[in-house]
Design a binder for this molecule. Structure first.
Ligand code: ATP
Ligand code: MG
Length: 428
């Protein structure tokens, strides 16, 4: 028996009939990034494992159990990128983009890999689009990044289903202070903590706040708030951001429990969430990561960014009926049995030359005109272009509208583009 290969779990194929919303999303992204002056950065899918463990943090879920890590033939540990903030910083440093005083606005899009339990909205290969800015410390750039994301949601028709949640983690000193308070608090409630949280108590106590365990919610809700450990300067930063967002007409909800799963964040963190996608409610997430650039070897320089899950955005577009129909052919080219396949092939080429934006399908298989028309119908094309013996002899082509009203006509080859355009425009 022949082996039939199957795709890996959590690594979906994207079929031609499902690609239209991706194209729509991708072009909206390119347009928005251009409008805000962000440049695209493409980094490799594979990096050294240490880049991720150093930046995302040893004690995070991603590094502890979600990375695809393996040794290459020389024994070097490599990982498929689970996210791309680290890769972008690595590339910016390595390529000399981070000169003192410089500001870089970049964006990226592409597949990420995490060994998670696949479920609706959660895959092992998934796509993220992200935006990152290096070199700006104030809240204005956070507001800009949020406005950029809001523009995208508006463009895609999904903004009404999204809620912006923000929080602040303060700076390193604030967090160190808070960490002590929090550890003392959870130590006093050890008996309620599950195994995961006990482990986090040593390594990453803030993450306990993010636990979804229902038995722990009471003790989590009563935990001391980070807000009380914040310095004046951190509070002012957060206040200013809220004012900027309000002035820009962006509604926000402060969520003091928002902590994010990656270690590199400081000050502002935010998420766009929806109640339309079940439990995978976070569509876009980001924040400030001022310590990260220095940690990866740059001069001390602030950074901030976000990333959204493209599958989740498309799922939301779909849920709200905002996805486009699959693309179909415009023109179907066929030849009668009085002409050769070379004749109809040449006709298709002529049409493509005259109408470079049209989708032209050539019927390469011969057959009766009746069966060719059936194929034309199935292709979804609006117009059939037919070449037969008489047409060949008189340098003409017969055009037949396939949808709606309209007469079949014969037109000379040199007026073909114009006639086709008219016919396509009449199409309802
Ligand atoms: P979650 O809490 O859903 O696991 P996260 O905090 O791990 O998300 P980030 O690393 O911040 O997610 O990634 C940003 C966005 O990428 C998420 O908000 C989500 O939309 C998307 N995303 C993350 N992991 C996956 C996945 N395994 N499959 C599909 N989308 C994902
Ligand atoms: Mg996750």
């Amino acid at each position: 028996m022949k082996t039939q290969f199957k795709r890996l779990r959590g690594m979906p194929d994207l079929l031609p009939q499902a690609v239209a919303p991706w194209h729509q999303l991708e072009s909206a992204v390119r347009q928005a990034m251009r409008a805000y002056g962000y440049g695209e950065l493409r980094t490799p899918l594979l990096e050294r494992t240490s880049l991720f463990s150093r930046s995302i943090g040893e004690a995070t879920d991603i590094v502890e159990k979600e990375m695809y890590t393996f040794e290459d033939r020389k024994g070097e540990s490599l990982s498929l990128r689970p996210e791309n903030t680290a890769g972008c910083v690595r590339a910016a440093i390595e390529n000399g983009l981070l000169q003192p005083g410089s500001v870089n606005r970049i964006w990226y899009t592409g597949p990420m890999f995490r060994y998670e339990r696949p479920q609706l909205g959660r895959q092992r290969q998934f796509f993220q689009t992200g935006a990152e800015v290096y070199g700006l410390a104030g809240p204005a750039i956070e507001a800009e990044l949020i406005l950029l994301s809001a523009r995208l949601w508006r463009e895609l028709g999904i903004i009404d289903a999204l809620q912006l949640e923000i929080n602040t983690l303060g700076d390193t000193d604030d967090r160190a202070r808070y960490r002590e308070t929090l550890v003392a608090y959870f130590e006093a409630h050890r008996s309620v903590l599950d195994e995961d949280s006990l482990r986090r108590l040593e390594r990453n106590p803030l993450r306990i706040l993010d636990s979804k365990n229902p038995d722990m919610q009471d003790v989590i809700n009563a935990a001391p708030a980070l807000r009380d450990s914040l310095s004046e300067a951190s509070l002012a930063h957060f206040e200013q951001l809220q004012q900027l967002l309000e002035a820009s007409g962006i509604g926000v909800q402060v969520n003091p429990r928002l902590v994010r799963g990656l270690d590199y964040y400081s000050h502002t963190v935010f998420e766009w969430t929806t109640d339309q996608l079940g439990s995978q409610s976070a569509v876009c997430a980001g924040g400030r990561y001022d310590g990260l650039l220095a940690q990866l070897g740059a001069k001390d320089m602030p950074g901030v960014g976000w990333a959204f899950g493209m599958e989740r955005v498309i799922a939301l577009m779909d849920k709200l009926g905002k996805t486009p129909e699959p693309a179909t052919a415009d023109i179907f080219v066929m030849g009668s049995d009085e002409v050769t396949v070379a004749d109809s092939l040449a006709l298709a080429e002529t049409i493509r030359q005259q109408l470079p934006d049209c989708s032209v399908v050539h019927n390469t298989a011969a057959g009766s005109l009746k069966s060719q028309f059936r194929k034309a119908d199935k292709s979804g094309a609006s117009v059939a272009a037919i070449i037969g013996g008489a047409e060949l002899a008189s340098a003409q082509v017969t055009l037949k509208p396939l949808r709606g009203a309209g007469e079949q006509t014969s037109v000379p080859l040199d007026g073909l583009g114009e006639a086709l355009q008219k016919m396509l425009a009449n199409e309802v």
